[in-house]
Ligand binder design. Structure first.
Ligand SMILES: Nc1nc2c([nH]c(=O)n2[C@@H]2O[C@H](COP(=O)(O)OP(=O)(O)OP(=O)(O)O)[C@@H](O)[C@H]2O)c(=O)[nH]1
Length: 135
């Protein structure tokens, strides 16, 4: 049976309404694909604590607060992943972004990511972000 992973990911906005995307580092499944920073929730950890830890570990960014948004479940070849996406507005984070794991990062408007390879589970998230912006 496939393992079940519980994952938190943050959709961080800047003051221009752009979202932060990071590339998955070499050596991981889907290396080079773009995702929202985050990772597996550790035992006993709240979603917000996991989000804060992952953002600090991966990008040196401090998350002060975040709002729970979509929670899809996606079946990959290697695992079933319960994803918990959080929205982090421009005033809810601080710090200079540093790519601590050798990843790339970019700021994009949600409707300007067509040229990037995106993790399969994230297409519906990007679409929902586009709908948020234009409705
Ligand atoms: N961080 C993150 N993970 C995501 C997103 N979308 C998505 O499907 N995932 C999936 O969530 C799972 C957890 O990601 P992870 O980076 O913590 O874990 P991993 O097993 O790849 O890394 P590891 O080897 O360091 O434990 C992966 O299967 C990844 O494909 C996203 O936007 N952000």
């Amino acid at each position: 049976m496939k393992p079940i992973l519980n994952v938190v990911a943050g959709i961080v906005f800047n003051a221009h309404g752009e979202i932060l995307l990071s590339s998955r580092p070499e050596g991981k499944a889907y290396a080079g694909y773009w995702e929202f920073a985050g990772g597996k929730i550790e035992a006993g950890e709240t979603h917000l604590a996991a989000l804060k830890r992952e953002f600090f570990e991966e990008l040196g960014v401090q998350i002060h607060d975040a709002s729970a948004w979509l929670s899809p479940c996606y079946e990959y070849e290697h695992a079933i992943v319960n994803l918990h996406f959080y929205l982090v507005q421009a005033g809810q984070w601080a710090g200079e972004i540093q790519a601590k794991e050798g990843q790339n990062f970019t700021w994009r408007k949600p409707n300007q990511v067509a040229d990037l390879p995106i993790l399969p589970a994230n297409y519906e998230i990007i679409q929902a972000l586009c709908d948020l912006n234009f409705n």
